[in-house]
Design a protein around this ligand. Structure first.
Ligand code: B1M
Length: 211
């Protein structure tokens, strides 16, 4: 079976196709790690590049991410069984007081597509919850999203709390969202800033030494 067909289904945002072709690949006896990396993740890598280049937009990215997730659902139990380690754990959430979660969901989906395990705390997430979740799950990255100028400072509170728990350095912090900039990320002591979901993936890969 040609894995390129599955990769193309992810790029095209063909949810049913991605599910059926993943099932076929599993039935054809292809190694689950190969299906994940050479079809699903490879497809999302192309989507990330197209998105970064403004050749496709949010609706297409969401469809591709959902297609990838259709395949992931079938692969997840096999991957766990096969003992294939995810690339790292990332705790994600939109900060306290902020209900905007479309961008955060997109970032989470793209990270999952790139092979990271996601602990999604949802929206309106307090600094204590981010830090607690990272400590409990031994995550290597906290990713925070904020869409309001009134909530973006909650990111600094989280970073300060992480430092107070002696976890800075051990847990990298990545921030993003419409009002957030690289200068703001530097000002609050974040380890990285993602302008969009694709850059968030690049950053996360760098944090765990994969890029
Ligand atoms: Co609201 N809202 N909203 N809103 N809303 C904005 C953000 C606003 C800019 C609109 C405007 O006035 N022009 C404005 C903020 C102004 C400001 O703070 N300066 C605003 C306001 C004022 C409000 C309310 C206060 C309105 C009111 O009630 N009076 C209210 C606040 C509610 C609250 O959160 N407490 C509110 C409510 C809402 C809705 C609920 C209606 C809805 C949210 C629905 C939802 O998310 N489930 C909503 C929406 C949809 C928007 C706009 C129109 C679109 C946001 C969006 O989803 N964009 C927005 C206007 C705008 O941004 N142009 C607006 C698409 C999304 C894919 O982009 O989230 O930027 P974005 O994510 C990008 C990047 O930023 C980056 O990657 C993503 C993909 O490229 N990124 C990261 C995001 N997080 C990242 C994390 C990373 C890395 C990259 O690392 C971890």
């Amino acid at each position: 079976m040609d894995l390129n067909e599955l990769k193309q289904a992810v790029i095209a945002g063909d949810m049913a196709g991605a599910r059926n072709l993943t099932q076929k690949a599993i039935e054809a006896g292809i190694d689950p790690g190969t299906i994940l990396n050479e079809a699903l993740v490879a497809g999302m890598d192309v989507v990330g590049e197209l998105f970064k280049a403004n050749e496709i937009y949010v609706p297409e990215v969401l469809l591709s991410a959902k297609s990838m997730q259709q395949g992931m659902q079938l692969l997840k139990p096999l991957l766990v069984k096969g003992g294939i380690e995810p690339r790292g754990k990332v705790v994600v959430g939109t900060v306290r007081g902020d209900l905007h979660d479309i961008g955060k969901n997109l970032v989470a989906m793209m990270l999952e597509g790139a092979g990271f395990e996601i602990i999604d705390l949802g929206n309106d997430v307090a600094p204590e919850s981010f830090v607690e979740a990272a400590a409990q799950s031994e995550a290597s990255i906290i990713g925070m999203s904020a869409l309001l100028t009134t909530t973006m400072y909650v990111m600094k509170e989280t970073i300060d709390l992480l430092k107070a728990h002696g976890l800075d350095g051990k847990v990298k912090t990545m921030v993003g969202g419409a009002p957030v900039t690289q200068a703001f990320a530097d000002e609050i002591g974040a380890d990285g800033y993602g302008d969009d979901a694709a850059s968030a993936v690049d950053l996360a890969k760098r944090f765990v030494g994969l890029a």
